[in-house]
Design a binder for this molecule. Sequence first.
Ligand SMILES: Cc1ncc(C[n+]2csc(CCOP(=O)(O)OP(=O)(O)O)c2C)c(N)n1
Ligand SMILES: CC(=O)[C@@H](O)[C@H](O)COP(=O)(O)O
Ligand SMILES: [Mg+2]
Length: 633
Amino acid sequence: MHLEQISSPEQLKKVTPEELPQIAEEIRKFLLDSLSITGGHLGSNLGVVELTLALHYLFDSPKDKFLWDVGHQAYVHKILTGRQGDFPTLRKYKGLCGFPKRNESEHDCWETGHSSTSLSGAMGMAAARDLQGESYRVIPIIGDGALTGGMALEALNHIGNEQRDMMVILNDNEMSISPNVGALHNYLGKLRTNRSYHKMKDEVEALLKKIPSVGGTFANMAERIKDSLKYLVVSGVLFEHLGFTYLGPVNGHNLNELMECLKQADRTPGPVLVHVVTEKGKGYLPAETKEDKLHSVAKGYKLEESKLTETTVKKAGAEPPKYTKVFGDTLIRLAEEDHRLAAITPAMLGGSGMNEFANQFPDRCFDVGIAEQHAATFAAGLATQGMKPVLAIYSTFLQRAYDQVIHDIARQDLDVMIAVDRAGFVGADGETHQGVYDIAYMRCIPNMVIMMPKDENEFQHMLYTGHQFAGPTAVRFPRGAGIGVKMDKDMKELPIGKGEILREGRDVALFAFGTMVSTAQEAAEQLAREGIQARVINARFAKPLDTEIVDQLISEGMPIVTIEEGSAIGGIGSAVLEYVSSQDARLEVKVLGIPDYYVEHGSPEEQKKEVGLTVENIARTARGLTPRRRQRA
Ligand SMILES: Cc1ncc(C[n+]2csc(CCOP(=O)(O)OP(=O)(O)O)c2C)c(N)n1
Ligand SMILES: CC(=O)[C@@H](O)[C@H](O)COP(=O)(O)O
Ligand SMILES: [Mg+2]
């Protein structure tokens, strides 16, 4: 039997146990070939090949529920559940999603993208199962990185208390995106290495079972040994304290051992935690030996070489700097000048461009694990004592820390700068990762200052401005490269709440924010060729809004098109509308932003086109506002 003959878990079950290692090799080869063309999350998937095979071999999806935490490691599950043929479209527009997707397959029972949700979801399913008198297995698969997330710990607390049947698979590869960190990680390390202790525990228990229950000193002594052994075992295993039966650690690449352990877990009532030790990047040397274990690779990754293809490298050299790189460089410059600056990342050191900062300022760099809520409140704590923390966080993950931004940072008016990376469309990761809500969810928070630069040069000035400002600021910036402008040598402070007029015009105002400014400028040029003069405004601040600029537009009766790469509900367009209405003014305002639905994976260009954030649609919208005005003139 070969992989191409397996398009369902039923067919997998026809494979003999002896053939499984060969299927595992075929899966690895398929992943490597396929992802070298499309890109995607390589390292984690190479690490779960045997684990996924074992789960589908022994258990019965879709009746049994597999919940993949984060979901970036669900490619093998997709291959085994009939989607192998769709891999050429992986993470492409209208193609196979890079994460579990309920409308893609009945085997995807739980959608993910953000980490640490699987245990709570599993608890919900287990409770529903029991309340409805049903019988199926609930199996969340959670990584050691995802286990550092607060939600996962909240769920352990609940699951251990309720004692419902559930098999938690802890896939421990000692890696988050970067090497995993934290006390829990250290603790797992002790469990992993303490194999002799586990062997001793099994041997002593077996021995004691043989001691006959006779009276006298010997029996008392045996009971005392039993008690102290119980204490040793229990105090060594945090999970047992929490109400789980702990099984493992088991080698996640040895199919025989792994399946034996899973069978034992299946026979155990109540919540069981199976500690599976795997290697991220397993089977591909460039991944095994690289620090990030090739967590994800770009399109065109060349096999057998742990570097990108020639064409990609050349292109990268010629491209303007990535915003993330400008952030990392500016952070270092700010930290050199100000010893009060400390930077925090919730597990995204590399992704946030902070590796070099961590090298240069190890004492002032904090990787707190996948703990966005803690990261935000930790920043607040630092700020109360006169530090000037910078919280580097992706827009989509800042959603996790919403109450902390309101309650701990902004309400106390603390001097925290939030560097909101990946703001706007993120492309291939798709709907779970789009950074499109932060303007709306932060604009309503008192004390917040929210800005977004039109280019990478303005970005460094905004970071400088945010650092100088004594209160909460959010500087949002997109994924990817800048637009190729010259970078000023010195950083300067921008006036808070002031936009800039980039082009004069009397027919219509294009009021644009961040990435949309250059698109608006292009639209203005197109309109000029048709005789329509558009005024282009770089809003710079979503809060405070530059009301002077809007007052001027009101006084001229100039229609406005607002343009932003963020949710149209509650964004900068809403801010303009709110202000116009507060002035009892009658002015036409059209809001261009992201409509009220989740935009799926694809390229950012395809995503922008889908929602009308294009030169053509801006020009079309502006045209629709101008005829009456031009007739009057
Ligand atoms: C809430 C949240 N924060 C951050 C991330 C980014 N992220 C994706 S995968 C990952 C590491 C997950 O580590 P682990 O669960 O151990 O899986 P592994 O990659 O090691 O297989 C992180 C931090 C995320 N997806 N969700
Ligand atoms: C699964 C996950 O959340 C991350 O791996 C994410 O895909 C990283 O995104 P960037 O590539 O934008 O850093
Ligand atoms: Mg891990």
